[in-house]
Design a protein around this ligand. Sequence first.
Ligand code: AKG
Length: 334
Amino acid sequence: MAEKSSTKIEEVVDLRTKLNGIFKRKRRTLEEDREIKRERRQTRRNSHESHSENGDSTELEKIHEGITQRALFDDEDCLKIEKKIDEVVANAEKGRYREKTVDRAPLRIKYFFGEGYTYGKQMSERGPGQERLYARGVVDDIPKWIFDMVERKIVDAGIVPKNFINSAVINDYQPGGCIVSHIDPGHIFDRPIVSASFFSASSLCFGCKFSFKPIRTTTPVLSLPISRGCVTVLSGYAADGITHCIRPQDVTERRAVIILRRVYDNAPRLPLNYKPEKNNRNHSLRERSRSPRKARERTSDSDSEDEPWYMKNRMRSDHYKENRKHRNSARDSE
Ligand SMILES: O=C(O)CCC(=O)C(=O)O
């Protein structure tokens, strides 16, 4: 009898050891999995983590003086905000927004809330200073979640005062998407310009020149890493003295940014009956194929449309010569 019960105890102990072993192995593989994922995330992040600088030191100093970055949103915050961005995308696909809220380009969609404005080919009179706000009410109001989940943290961090922000733009980029070099129009937007980045890391480049078909850029004066969850604040020379852009090669995964700005009370505004030009992208969307190959082919065209004055201005000024030199050297290096 005593012998039988001791065998049972041994069996139980043996079973426990076996189970422990199995759980330990499972725990280890889970931990290893997590570690591998962490390393992959880190590698991806590192590729956007180092500054690269090519300007003269005085100019670089002036740019850096006008940039502040804060890691304000942790992973949990990011996940919640990213879910909300996905809801915006879904609402737009269901046609739930006003006509001017959504502006589609092949690899980048902009959602304007609070205020929208004309730029690029949407303007009949082009050139710096020609941008105009749309009439009040033609874009949707800023969603409450942007105030609750994004603006509040930025106000609490002392970056802008309460009630400063009256315009929020979400840019949703697919890999290879970009925003060509520009300065946010100073007659429309107050400074600072605040942006919060989500989904993946990228780089904000300063002082790049773009050429098209195929799309190319010159080496930036400064390439600033922007990680997921970080808030970038531009003012001074960084906002007004040099252009900024997102290059196609810096968007390797889907990325979204929420740009929070203040539109001046007296900024010039279009009348309510303003008729957009024929080639407004919102209207042409239905006619466009969604094929990724066609989208890539179209990128250069439509992104040049985004540039409010840069291309045209260059054709008229000294920049033209500089651009021609760049095009020639790009061709030579082919
Ligand atoms: O994507 C970004 O971080 C910058 C976007 C930007 O400069 C713009 O939309 O005006």
